[in-house]
Design a protein. Structure first.
Length: 276
């Protein structure tokens, strides 16, 4: 053993800014075999050859290449193999970038809706134009008191979906046009899910155009909604409008976001058209 050319595991770990556990893991994985293992003490010693291998491992790990692929390359060093692995890794990184950009857009939407809800003007009826979008809905007669009462219907909406699409501000209940006109506000006729532009849904998706809607936001949840519908429908009629479709009632802030009922915020939108 030439001491001046061999280094103990602790020395190598310090030189390469890795832990001794990492070096042992590389050894168990078949990537890095010590130059010498003392049979009596079990001490491991590394030489220049191991340092070159360790440099290669660390560089390829920076590129996020998995250890099994690094081991394959170290056992079959070839420029074409390296080119193939780098090309494949570049494709994987591009895919990850797209996935992260998608996640970022979803976070932006959630932040926007949360900030919009926390700063909402309450108990004010207004006519607004909502942009075109996509909606998924199912007929379901129910009378929820909170978002928890919607769980069974939500499971039906999310059936066969690869990922969860439900979040507060996206799922809600609606009252049919007929029941709105008949002032029947205590029972709901459907449950719906609003889709963000980046959402992919396996099933029937219904696009809707830009719409003029009567809107009100109020402190509370579905329990307080009937009184809000009465005021909203009265305002719609006074302005010479009538419902043009089912309502969209969404709890923007509920138990899913806060344990304080005083902070609950619910929104009701009713598409409207001029009375002929």
């Amino acid at each position: 053993m030439e001491d001046q050319k061999l280094f103990q595991i602790g020395e190598v770990a310090k030189m390469f800014h890795v832990s001794m556990g990492t070096l042992r893991h590389y050894e168990r994985s078949g990537l890095l075999t010590p130059e010498v293992i003392d049979e009596r003490t079990g001490y491991r010693y590394y030489g220049i050859r191991q340092m070159e291998v360790l440099n290669t491992i660390r560089y390829l790990r920076v590129l996020d290449i998995p250890l099994p692929q690094i081991r394959d390359f170290l056992q079959n060093r070839d420029t074409q193999i390296m080119e193939d692995k780098l090309t494949k890794q570049k494709e994987l990184i591009h895919q990850k970038i797209q996935e992260l950009e998608l996640i970022e857009r979803k976070i932006d939407h959630r932040l926007q809706r949360l900030q919009d809800a926390t700063h909402a003007r309450l108990d004010e009826i207004s006519l607004i134009t909502i942009p075109a979008g996509r909606i998924v809905w199912i007929r379901d007669s129910l009378r929820p008191h909170s978002y928890l009462d919607l769980e069974y219907s939500i499971r039906r909406l999310e059936e066969n979906q690869k990922e969860s699409l439900v979040f507060l501000g996206k799922v809600g209940v609606g009252i049919s046009r007929e029941n709105l006109e008949n002032n029947a506000f205590h029972n709901y006729d459907l449950v719906f899910l609003l889709l963000d532009p980046e959402d992919s849904y396996e099933g029937t998706v219904e696009p809707y155009p830009e719409q003029l809607c009567a809107q009100v936001r109020f402190r509370g949840s579905h329990t307080e909604a009937p009184a809000q519908y009465e005021k909203l429908m009265e305002h719609i009629r006074q302005q010479g409008f009538r419902p043009a479709g089912f309502s969209r009632e969404i709890t923007l802030i509920d138990y899913g976001l806060t344990s304080d009922p005083e902070k609950f915020v619910t929104e009701i939108l009713i598409p409207v058209e001029k009375t002929e």
